[in-house]
Design a protein around this ligand. Structure first.
Ligand SMILES: [Zn+2]
Length: 424
């Protein structure tokens, strides 16, 4: 259960961890379909090659519905223009914009939508972004779906950080949808209902759509049996900043753990499969395609998915166990044996690639920092403030050490232990 001292020492001294994290941030925000995303994939290839020159890995093509935004503007009731950011895969407005009254539904809970059901049709719904890493959080996608279902013609979401717009995915698949913009909290405040009625705003969004393709990178380091532990992180992000916490932190950790464990994998009971997914911000498309393509036999051979997403930005780490209660004692044992505190959160949260493994019957966890901590830097994920200065080197190293310990222990766990992980 305890990571062996040589490996722990190697990881503690690995200067590549911080170098990789900074180099990934230097690629930019890594929005899928941009040069920034391509640069990040090239960097990851180069760094894995340096760690294991004999393993060239494989690339799985990932077709998806490409999307790119052009101009986006928001005109407020007094005629001034407010900063805004098109949500990923939003539809375009008519060329001269979409003008409608704005109905502010606060946080955007199902109750608020229900109470205002008769007032939403034909209006633009305004809701608030909330801390994603918290129990009971209502995902932006659900709010968007509720707005659409109630007949809204547009969707605005107010960000968490004063002076900053917020990014994110609109939640639209590929068909019909409504125009969606992220705005700053001050802008949301200027769209409050007054005695005069609902304020009127004009949204204008230009987009380009068409077939696109990205990839999933896979590196297999076989163990003694044909079973696997999958260590994964998503490459893509948003274009407002450098997507440092989400998910430069996870990528750098995966690289460091690969450097440490890949040379040892042949002595493990199970092999180590390292995976880099993209279009995670596109409704988890890369991992969805991967898991869907696996046969039942292949799924049964994967003992555990350890998915790293936003693992620094707070010293507090949590493992989302995706309903797999049977894996929780194992996670806690490994954390304790390595002197780390770890919180385990059971409900399945469909907020990263682990959710597709879990839904496919594979025990899956997401390691995340700052869960239920409204003061953690993670609160500014999806804004222009998701920058490298929010990540302390010590936090990143702590997450990396815990990950290495979890993955090594999972690779070596006896079959009866691994069998328990599949219990819900
Ligand atoms: Zn993420």
């Amino acid at each position: 259960m305890r990571l062996n001292e040589t490996l722990a020492g190697q990881l503690a001294a690995d200067t590549g961890l911080w170098r990789d994290f900074n180099d990934i941030c230097d690629c930019g925000g890594r929005l899928a379909g941009t040069e920034s995303e391509k640069k990040a994939f090239a960097l990851l290839r180069e760094r894995v090659r340096a760690a294991s020159p004999a393993n060239s890995g494989r690339s799985i093509p990932v077709p998806y519905n490409g999307w790119r935004a052009g101009r986006a503007t928001l005109r407020l009731p007094d005629g001034t223009m407010a900063a805004c950011h098109p949500l990923v895969r939003t539809i375009a407005t008519p060329a001269d914009g979409l003008t409608a009254e704005v109905i502010d539904l606060g946080r955007g809970t199902p109750d608020e939508f229900a109470e205002h059901a008769a007032e939403i049709a034909g209006r633009i719904v305004l809701v608030r972004h909330e801390l994603m890493f918290a129990a009971g959080t209502i995902h932006r996608r659900r709010k968007y779906d509720m707005a659409r279902a109630a007949g809204a013609v547009g969707f605005l979401i107010g960000g968490p950080l004063p002076g900053h717009v917020v990014a994110g995915s609109s939640g639209r698949d590929s068909g019909a949808g409504i125009p969606a913009l992220g705005i700053a909290p001050e802008t949301a405040a200027r769209l409050a209902r007054t005695a005069a009625g609902w304020p009127v705003a004009t949204m204008l969004i230009e987009t380009e759509e068409g077939p696109a393709e990205t990839e999933t990178l896979v590196y297999d380091y076989p163990g003694e049996t044909d079973e696997w532990v999958v260590l994964s992180a998503h490459v893509d992000g948003h274009d407002l900043a450098e997507s440092a916490m989400d998910n430069g932190s996870g990528l750098a950790s995966v690289l460091a753990v690969t450097r440490a464990l890949a040379p040892q994998a042949a002595t493990f009971r199970r092999g180590l499969r390292v995976m880099f997914f993209s279009v995670e911000e596109w409704a988890l498309t890369g991992s969805a395609q991967y898991v869907q393509a696996l046969s039942d036999v292949e799924r049964a051979k994967i003992a555990l998915n350890v998915n790293l997403d936003s693992v620094a930005g707070s010293p507090n780490l949590a493992a989302l166990s995706s309903g797999y209660a049977g894996v929780e004692p194992f996670l806690l044992k490994v954390a304790e044996a390595n002197g780390q505190s770890l919180r385990v959160v059971r409900p399945l949260m469909t907020n990263s690639d682990h959710a597709n493994f879990a839904a496919g019957g594979i025990p899956a966890i997401r390691l995340v920092a700052g869960f239920d901590d409204p003061a953690a830097h993670l609160r500014v994920v999806l804004t222009a403030a998701d920058t490298r200065d929010k990540v302390a080197q010590g936090e990143l190293r702590q997450a990396t050490l815990l990950t290495a310990a979890l993955v090594a222990a999972a690779c070596n766990a006896p079959p009866e232990e691994a069998e328990r992980w599949r219990a819900k």
